[in-house]
Design a protein around this ligand. Structure first.
Ligand code: APR
Ligand code: PHB
Length: 389
């Protein structure tokens, strides 16, 4: 097979990029290891920045998001007692859209066939070849047969564990990493949210987040040591803990219900540089991971895809390779700022095992400062809604 762009991975990064290229008449093929239903069974975060909403609008795939998504004008930080509201609309003029990443992925996936987008699911043993040349290719096996896709570019949208990043020689690449000593225990339940906006809480007992998927479906998290087992957390135990950590105002409005999903996710900050090597470009989790505090993961994937699609379109439509050459630097400038924000919000809102009473007082002082300072709130708000692309 021959195509202009071979995309590895049909997560949100790969699907968004494929649709953007296809809409402009650039040929591409998506190779995905899993099945479609498997991808749609993964529960991920659910706060979309304007960059992500804008790409869905541009593709004309925003109808369900507009009908079912919830635009939010603000969110809250909490110190165990009070809520500190960050009025993102008043401070930045922008909103965020609460709409599950799984739903966005479903919208992209369902539009693939009607738009003639080729996604090859259950592609095993995907391997990249000759990425330093102008004629790279990808091989994979399916149903026991080996296949080869020749392309002008390969785009690695294959997440943290995919093969693309690993194809870049160690002598060229550099990784930056921080692994956190706790994970987020998440619970999804068909109950109304306790608050109409999100609450990120730092209580003496630890972190908690009250989020939502709709007016009748809630998503909550608490942080737990990475050694914890999800089997040891009954629904009641999680609801009890949330009621304490979120503070009395939120606790008064918590509706308890049976969990429909429960899992523990580790927290990691990770950046790989460069994001391009020869004819291979990396987008999304393939190049970087953020802790979920601030919900930047999908939005960073979307901004990478924005830059990558512009660069590829300039190349194929105007024969201009400058944007391809500048892709890594441009994408990384925004990646590092989102890494910084996610890291700082994680530090502010979690208790670290080595923290003593001094660090606790510093956190409380910072939260008190944020509560009293317009300038501090503006800094948080403009990062939360997403920096410009
Ligand atoms: N061959 C083909 N596909 C692969 C391979 C492989 N060897 N390895 C991984 N993949 C696929 C995965 O199955 C997955 O569907 O690549 C896809 C990567 O998708 P995601 O992990 O969702 O990553 P990305 O598209 O970059 O999305 C960004 O935002 O909220 C965050 O981390 C969250 O998923 C998230 C992300
Ligand atoms: C979620 O709804 O899953 C969510 C929301 C905000 C975050 C992280 C996760 O910062």
């Amino acid at each position: 097979m021959k195509t202009q762009v071979a995309i590895i991975g049909a997560g949100p990064a790969g699907l968004l990029l494929a649709h953007l290229l296809k809409a402009e008449g650039v040929d591409c093929i998506v190779l995905e290891r899993q099945t479609g239903p498997y991808i749609l069974s993964r529960i991920r975060a659910g706060v979309l920045e304007q960059v992500t909403v804008g790409l869905m609008e541009r593709l004309g795939l925003d109808a369900r998001m507009k009908a079912e998504g919830l635009p939010h004008d603000g969110f809250n930080l909490a110190d165990g007692e009070r809520l500190i509201r960050i009025d993102i609309k008043a401070l930045t003029g922008k909103q965020v859209m609460v709409y599950g990443q799984t739903e966005l992925t479903r919208d992209l996936m369902e539009a693939a066939e009607p738009r003639g987008l080729e996604i090859i699911y259950e592609a095993a043993d995907v391997a990249l070849h000759h990425i330093e040349s102008d004629a790279p290719f990808v091989t994979y096996t399916k149903n026991g047969a080996e296949h080869r896709v020749d392309a002008r570019f390969i785009i690695g949208c294959d997440g943290f564990h995919g093969p693309s990043r690993q194809t870049i020689p160690a002598s060229v690449g550099r990784t930056f990493e921080r692994v956190y000593p706790f994970g987020w225990l998440g619970i999804l339940a068909d109950v109304p949210p306790c608050n109409h906006e999100l609450i990120y809480a730092n209580h003496d007992r630890g972190f908690a987040l009250a989020s939502q998927r709709s007016n009748v479906r809630s998503r909550y998290y608490i942080d737990v040591p990475v050694t914890e087992r999800v089997e040891d957390w009954s629904d009641e135990r999680i609801w009890d803990e949330l009621s304490i950590r979120l503070g009395p105002e939120a606790a008064a409005h918590i509706t308890r219900g049976a969990s429909i999903e429960k899992s523990i996710a580790p927290l990691r900050s990770f950046v790989f540089e460069p994001m391009r090597h020869g004819s291979l470009l990396l987008c999304g989790d393939a190049a970087h991971i953020v802790p979920p505090t601030g919900a930047k993961g999908l939005n960073l994937a979307a901004s990478d895809v924005h830059y990558a699609s512009e660069a590829l379109l300039a190349f194929f439509k105007s024969n201009d390779g400058d944007a391809i050459a500048g892709y890594s630097e441009k994408a990384l400038a925004r990646v590092w700022k989102a890494e910084r924000f996610s890291w700082s919000l994680t530090k502010l809102m979690h208790r670290f095992p080595d923290d003593g009473v001094f660090e606790r007082r510093i956190q409380l002082a910072e939260l008190d400062y944020i509560a009293s300072s317009d300038a501090a709130q503006r800094v948080i708000a403009e990062n939360y809604v997403g920096l410009p692309v």
